[in-house]
Design a binder for this molecule. Structure first.
Ligand SMILES: *Cc1c(COP(=O)(O)O)cnc(C)c1O
Length: 474
């Protein structure tokens, strides 16, 4: 009997064309494209059919549902036309989380983008001469200030820097320019893959250079490099291992040794640094992660690094090194295909200015790294105090935050975590509920609990996080 009734109900449903023809729905076409109205109409009808099948809608409730059709279509339209890319609350404690957009931009960077990108700018225009200029100049001058001298008072040779789409592009472009058709010597311990299909052997092949592996996975000596040099050798390459570490019985030629060897044999030495910090991580108690200045200081001729890892800026690939080599890379026709937009230059210029002015706290990821466990605990405690519910169990516990982005993978920063359990639902379900909040809250599950780390939550998001928890607890 039930199926028979359903059949009658289905027959009362209008067709998509009939729905689109309704005057109230036709009005929506003034505000939205016809296709999006049709899609919304289809989705609403499909939902009605499902609700009839599941018995949610019967004879009595079908009429009101049909009279509310136009309203339902408008709600559906608004839902489906929300932005897909949205801000989320990163409570994972991973500061450079590639899936969550890596480094958040500073206010200064956003202001500078707004100022220059909402209008015309002198991106490639020399204001003094009125002639065509180069987009490189806006950030190269600041990189020069930051990379000229490190801790030593001795002036370093001049360094030039150019910008491409990301570090993968930087590596590709540099290899293609400096080694196409020739050999590049790399240690077997550095033939890495980092997330999302960046593999050194593959990038090498695409660049047209030939990979010459030396040494073993755990030990590569300077003599291994030396023995592999032939007249075909174009480059010595060192690659930051990023997401993994080799410990135990290991040996790695130092950058200074590689640089000496390169200079002795007239071969350039390149380092793919990956993260590329512009500040001294040792000041945060993080050791074993060398920065861009360390590389250049130990004799690397050309270094590639990301704009949105430890530098804390927009997605970009930076190539810094001796002006002669950089000029060659810059004149490669591929540069035009890999160059970046004015938005990136504006953001980078603002971030670099923060470094030159030593305004480190203006750079969000640096601020997060410098947060003390005590400060994080104070904020976590305030969140706990706001949740009074028997449904949600919440306490603070010691934990560890990660840098992420492949930098110093074994280095952790001590933090305080919110540890949550909820009655009647699993930790995974609780995590799903948190992701469904607006803004979505991203946490992690560990041993049956949901862990939230406020190190990566902006203090101005604490209230939103607390209300998300309060709503779940209610
Ligand atoms: C992250 C990383 C890359 C890729 O950088 P993107 O900016 O993500 O393209 C390349 N090499 C190393 C060593 C890295 O750590």
């Amino acid at each position: 009997m039930k199926t028979g009734t359903n059949h009658d109900l289905f027959r009362q449903l209008p067709s998509v064309d009939e729905v689109i023809g309704m005057p109230a729905v036709r009005l929506l076409s003034d505000t939205y494209t016809r296709d999006s109205v049709v899609d919304a109409g289809r989705a609403v009808l499909a939902r009605l059919r499902e609700e009839i099948t599941s018995g949610l809608i019967d004879e009595n409730s079908l009429k009101p549902a049909l009279s509310g059709l136009a309203g339902a279509i408008e709600v559906q339209l608004r839902e489906s036309l929300k932005y897909s890319l949205r801000a989320v609350i990163n409570a994972t404690g991973v500061i450079l989380h590639t899936n969550l957009g890596r480094a958040p931009l500073s206010d200064a960077a956003i202001d500078h983008i707004r100022e220059t990108a909402a209008a015309y700018s002198n991106l490639e225009f020399d204001l003094a001469s009125g002639a065509r200029g180069k987009r490189d100049v806006h950030v190269d001058r600041l990189f020069q200030k930051l990379l000229r001298n490190g801790s030593s008072s001795e002036p370093r040779p001049r360094v030039s820097t150019i910008v491409v789409n990301n570090n993968a592009a930087a590596v590709l472009l540099a290899l293609n320019t400096l080694a196409e058709g020739g050999e590049v010597i790399v240690s077997r311990g550095e033939l890495i893959e980092i997330g999302d299909s960046f593999r050194i052997p593959d990038v090498m092949a695409k660049s047209g250079a030939i990979l010459r592996e030396v040494g073993t996975t755990n030990r590569t000596r300077i003599s291994d490099y030396e023995a592999a040099i032939t007249e075909k050798t174009r480059l010595l390459l060192r690659v930051h291992r990023s997401n993994f570490e080799i410990t135990g019985f290991t040996e790695q030629a130092s950058t200074a040794e590689l640089s000496d060897l390169g200079h002795k044999r007239g071969i350039s030495f390149m380092e793919d640094l990956g993260s590329g910090a512009l500040f001294d991580l040792r000041s945060l108690g993080i050791s074993g992660e060398s920065g861009v200045l360390d590389s250049l200081g130990s004799g690397v001729d050309i270094v590639t690094y990301s704009g949105d890892k430890l530098l804390g800026g927009p997605q970009a690939g930076l190539i810094s090194g001796s002006p002669a080599l950089i000029a060659r890379v810059r004149s490669n026709a591929l540069f035009r295909a890999l160059r970046v937009d004015k938005l990136t230059y504006a953001a980078l210029e603002a971030i670099l200015m923060g470094y030159v002015r030593k305004d480190h706290d203006a750079i969000p990821i640096l601020r997060m790294m410098r947060l003390s466990q005590k400060e994080i605990d104070r904020r976590a405690q305030k969140v706990v105090d706001r949740i009074a519910s028997s449904k949600l169990n919440i306490e603070t516990i010691d934990g560890e935050s990660l840098l992420g982005g492949g930098a110093a993978p074994s280095c952790v920063l001590p933090t305080r975590l919110l540890a949550l359990t909820a009655h009647g639902i699993t930790a995974d379900e609780l995590c799903t509920k948190l992701r469904a909040c607006d803004p979505p809250v991203i946490g992690r599950v560990d041993e049956g609990r949901v862990l939230l780390d406020l190190r990566t939550v902006f203090p101005e998001q604490d209230a939103a996080l607390a209300s998300a928890l309060a709503r779940i607890a209610a």
